[in-house]
Design a protein around this ligand. Structure first.
Ligand code: SF4
Length: 465
């Protein structure tokens, strides 16, 4: 759960990066950072908080150069402190490098232990630093070769962008868990981003996805593509399309809004409800609710209003804030739901702590019945590939039947979209997705000490200033 952006051969590259990160802010809000290359040295600014908190005009002006790289972070691995803010920078025998990473490596613990026993000293508790150490340990004349050798040792989810004195390098793991897209600016600049919505803000054109297992080098206006030697089945994260990506983005070659509309329509076919109105849980339930309403013929009403000045509770890291956030972020519109039988459409139920409060909110708003419909299957397995999810014990669907969850959230009925229905909802019809958090079938095994990234540094207790 991070947003990454890089730009090459463009005047005011840092300002473009700032804008790109602004569009990707939904992917992480704990820390932000930008690195630029001014032709002689890396210039770096990282800070805790959202992109607009960390950067101002003066800072951006000092990040000189035509090549820049940025990151907006949510910590799924490593602690939430400034040391772990990205880009990570390093001086190596191959020159100065900066790296941004979206995803989680599933063998970071074992690789780190191996590197430490060989003398490596780590500066952060982030899994990303492992990649830089592996590159530094295997220097080649050619940086791309160094990267390819390093990536042979890591497993798991990584969409990466590296800034080097010679250009930008983008890489995506052989499964392609996390998205990464290539864009082109009208005057010849090249950019990489987690999602295409970053390009829209800049007037850049979406060219294509970086393919799973592909490394793309941008030098000046030129692009070169390389392939990793390791072959894996594609396993693009389907949860990006259900919940995480912005609906105005194209990721994995799919329009996110069209995918969500189709999920809602399929949900209406699979789980119709005897009701009067369809109400989305904003914002992530909006498009699937619209799809449900169109398919069912029921009117769509905005019966819940979201306060946009509160962060999304799902990605707030502290439990206390999460509980508080539910109350402050939603409010019912009594005039639209009083006396109505409501179909309440949401994207997922994870811990099950939020849904009972929303159902109660709709009932308190006067709804006569509340029928909850979820646009993905029950989330019963944790994610090890970079989406923040609780342990299996904390996932309500891991330990309860659908009927038990219905009782727990106090809905009149509850239904989930089937896994088959979800897969059929993708407009492109292409397969090759990860569905592990619903099916328990993990495309990249996670074993032993690597099983929980939280175990990474049990003896390191960080204290924020
Ligand atoms: S386990 Fe779920 S959230 Fe994680 S990558 Fe797979 S589909 Fe995405």
């Amino acid at each position: 759960m991070c947003g990454i952006f890089g730009i090459e051969d463009q005047a005011d590259a840092a300002t473009f990066t700032y804008l790109g990160l602004y569009a990707l802010q939904h992917r992480g809000q704990e820390s932000s950072g930008i690195v630029s290359w001014d032709g002689e040295a890396l210039r770096v600014r990282r800070g805790m908080g959202q992109i607009a908190d960390v950067f101002d005009e003066g800072t951006l002006a000092r990040l000189a150069g035509r090549r820049a790289l940025g990151h907006t972070r949510y910590s799924t691995s490593g602690t939430s402190v400034l040391d772990n803010a990205q880009p990570i920078v390093a001086n190596t025998s191959m020159g100065s490098l900066a790296l941004v990473h979206n995803g989680n490596l599933v063998n970071a613990v074992s690789e780190r232990r191996r590197l430490e026993s060989g003398g490596s000293i780590f500066q952060t508790s982030s899994d990303t630093e492992v990649i830089l150490h592996l590159m530094a340990r295997n220097p080649r004349r050619d940086l791309v070769e160094s990267l390819l050798v390093a990536l042979q040792r890591v497993r798991g989810a990584y969409s990466l962008i590296l800034l080097t004195p010679g250009g930008l390098i983008a890489a995506r793991d052989p499964h392609g868990f996390r998205p990464l897209v290539l864009g082109a600016l009208a005057d010849g600049g090249v950019c990489f981003a987690s999602e295409s919505c970053a390009f829209d803000l800049l007037g850049a054109r979406l060219v294509r996805e970086i393919e799973p297992g592909e490394v793309v080098v941008a030098r000046g206006g030129e692009l070169e593509s390389y392939r990793m030697s390791q072959l894996r089945e594609p396993a693009r994260c389907l949860f990006e399309l259900v919940y995480f990506a912005r609906p105005d983005s194209t990721v994995f070659g799919e329009s996110v809004s069209q995918a969500r509309l189709a999920m809602g329509a399929q949900l209406a076919r699979e789980a119709p409800a005897d009701a009067d109105v369809v109400v989305p849980v904003p914002d992530s339930g909006l498009f699937s609710a619209l799809g449900y309403a169109r398919e069912s013929g029921l009117p769509l009403e905005f019966g819940l209003i979201r306060n946009h000045y509160v962060g999304r509770t799902f990605i707030e890291p502290k439990q206390a804030i999460r509980h508080f956030g539910v109350k402050v972020k939603l409010n019912p519109v009594r005039q639209l739901i009083a006396g109505q039988r409501v179909v309440l459409v949401d994207d997922s139920i994870v811990r099950g702590t939020t849904s009972p409060k929303i159902v109660k909110m709709v009932r308190d708003g006067g709804a006569r019945e509340v029928h909850v419909r979820i646009s993905c299957p029950p989330t019963a397995w944790p994610c090890y590939y970079g989406i923040d999810m609780p342990t299996r014990q904390e996932l309500v669907a891991a330990n309860n039947s659908v009927e038990e969850i219905r009782g727990f959230i106090d809905a009149d009925s509850l239904a989930y979209l089937s896994l088959e229905g979800l897969s059929q909802s993708l407009p492109s019809g292409q397969g090759g997705h990860c569905t592990a958090c619903w099916s328990g079938s993990y495309p990249e095994p996670v074993t032993g000490a690597d099983r929980r990234q939280a175990e990474l540094f049990p003896q390191l207790k960080e204290v924020e200033p």
